[in-house]
Ligand binder design. Structure first.
Ligand SMILES: Cc1ncc(COP(=O)(O)O)c(C=O)c1O
Length: 483
């Protein structure tokens, strides 16, 4: 897009919070009732369309000495909070107190909302009645927790295309790494071969790890087919839903997976909590993840008896605000599912069609063109270092993307490295759409990429140990600390 168009989109960085729906009064109104009954805070449904984030109208300075509406294409890394999540968190802070550790009014409310949050997540992931929902820190934590709970001698099967959080936590001596597949069919054949080889000789249970949507290409994995292949060998399946949960309905029971992991900060609930949901038996038989209060049923000077259930792996005071934030996001997703999917589908289509039309741009895919994907596109521009591209997009256009290997080094190497081309890129740029985006953002990104591919950057940049920076930078990139 031209500079003059950018300069017309001036927005002030500070959002007018008075326009936000007011938090529902909670504690006071409950206190006035004869028989208090805590109710979790409700998200506002007063607006049409997909739910809004609190980051709308964030203005960012550019090298053109303009302030433009921030075009955040980094949803796959972390998402801004939904307005409904902020409202729920603000309300929950009013009665914030200890969880399962006090009899005071606020403690009882907080404890009840913590368990209500667990029930909300249970429904959100379509868990079986007897499944556990454990609150963790994030997907990495959830998958590490599961890895610690595997029965001894479990063999784990993992595709090399996985995010490092799903690739690395398993016992290396008992992990079968499956190469990056070239097609869905290939993935199923490779998995079947690996399971068949192990089935006769593996001494313990089998576990297959699969991601719902790739964090590099956004492509959906054939989860149901993977489950049906795994089940022929009696293997359990854990679904890494870090990228799937913000875009598609997850249904543990319908998919037939045994465990699901996802992160609050990728589901518009950035308050430091994540989820591991799934079968109770291995979780109940394993040693607690952390040893301490909350995980214990009884302690004597000679012995400790551990709790069963989620509490076994939630020792210490839990992140109740994070859990409530996730529950609020889940509630918003359930209410606005169709609007969210329609919004993202339109933007994802605009992005992928637009990228395909730019000369000099290469986009990447595991399963081949046309495969169903969420709004994540990874690309390179011929002759331009990907980290320079992301620096220019930010400095000249007010666009945020991610560059590098996205914690999926084996997959990015497999997609980008051409053994016959010494100049093949070692890293890529990822643009991921979400609820903070609109069609103008995508047009601006596509225009910027086309200009970069044909003319290069408009300003001069130098490479520093922390990345590319403009040689001259008139922007004030600081903001007063919010505390
Ligand atoms: C597919 C996938 N799995 C797992 C993770 C790890 O998530 P977290 O950093 O929240 O632990 C990510 C993060 O980008 C991801 O994209």
């Amino acid at each position: 897009m031209s500079i003059s168009t950018i300069s017309r989109q001036v927005h002030h960085p500070v959002k007018d919070v008075s326009t936000l729906p007011k938090p529902r009064p909670t504690g006071l109104s409950i206190l006035k009732r004869d028989h208090p009954r805590a109710t979790p805070p409700q998200a506002s449904t007063a607006f049409e369309g997909p739910p809004r984030t609190v980051s709308a109208d964030l203005g960012v300075p550019t090298l053109h000495r303009t302030v433009v509406d921030y075009a955040n294409f980094d949803h796959a890394a972390s998402t801004p909070a939904l307005e409904s999540v902020k409202i729920a968190v603000d309300a929950a802070l009013r009665t914030y107190s200890s969880v399962h550790r006090g009899n005071g009014y606020a403690s009882r409310i907080t404890s009840e909302w913590y368990e209500d949050a667990r029930a909300q997540v249970h429904g959100f992931v379509g868990a079986r009645e007897e499944d556990l929902v454990v609150f963790t820190r994030n997907s990495t934590d959830s998958l590490n927790l599961l890895a610690r709970c595997l029965p001894r001698q479990t063999t784990t099967f993992v595709f090399e295309s996985e995010h490092h959080a799903a690739l690395l936590p398993w016992n290396p001596a008992r992990t079968v790494r499956i190469p990056v597949p070239g097609s869905e069919q290939d993935a199923l054949i490779l998995l079947e071969d690996a399971l068949r080889d192990a089935a006769g000789t593996a001494p313990g249970p089998l576990l297959v790890v699969v991601t719902g949507a790739s964090n590099v290409t956004g492509e959906l994995w054939p989860v149901e087919s993977i489950v049906s292949t795994a089940s022929r060998y009696g293997a359990r399946v854990v679904l890494d839903a870090a990228q799937l949960a913000p875009h598609r309905k997850i249904d543990i029971e319908a998919l037939g997976v045994d465990y699901v992991a996802f992160s609050g900060h990728k589901l518009y609930a950035p308050f430091g909590a994540g989820v591991l949901a799934g079968r109770a038996d291995w979780l109940n038989e394993a040693a607690p993840y952390l040893l301490g209060g909350g995980a214990t049923a009884s302690v004597t000077s000679g012995s400790t008896r551990w709790n069963d259930g989620a509490a076994r792996h939630e020792a210490g005071s839990p992140n109740v605000i994070g859990a409530i934030a996730i529950a609020a996001a889940c509630a918003s997703f359930e209410t606005h599912r169709d609007a969210i999917e329609a919004h993202e589908a339109a933007l994802a289509e605009q992005l992928s069609t637009g990228l395909a039309a730019v000369d000099g741009v290469t986009t990447y895919s595991i399963f081949g063109p046309g495969h169903e994907r969420v709004g994540v596109s990874t690309f390179t521009i011929k002759g331009l270092d990907s980290s320079l591209v992301s620096a220019v997009l930010s400095a000249e256009y007010g666009i945020g993307v991610r560059d590098g290997k996205f914690c999926a080094h084996l997959l990015v190497d497999a997609l980008l490295l051409d053994p016959h081309d010494d100049d093949s890129p070692g890293a890529a740029v990822r643009a991921s759409v979400g609820l903070a985006n609109n069609a103008e953002h995508v047009s601006r990104l596509l225009g910027a990429i086309a200009t970069l591919a044909s003319d290069g950057p408009a300003f001069r940049y130098r490479h520093t140990p922390t990345g590319w920076v403009p040689v001259e930078d008139p922007r004030d990139l600081t903001l007063p600390r919010p505390w």
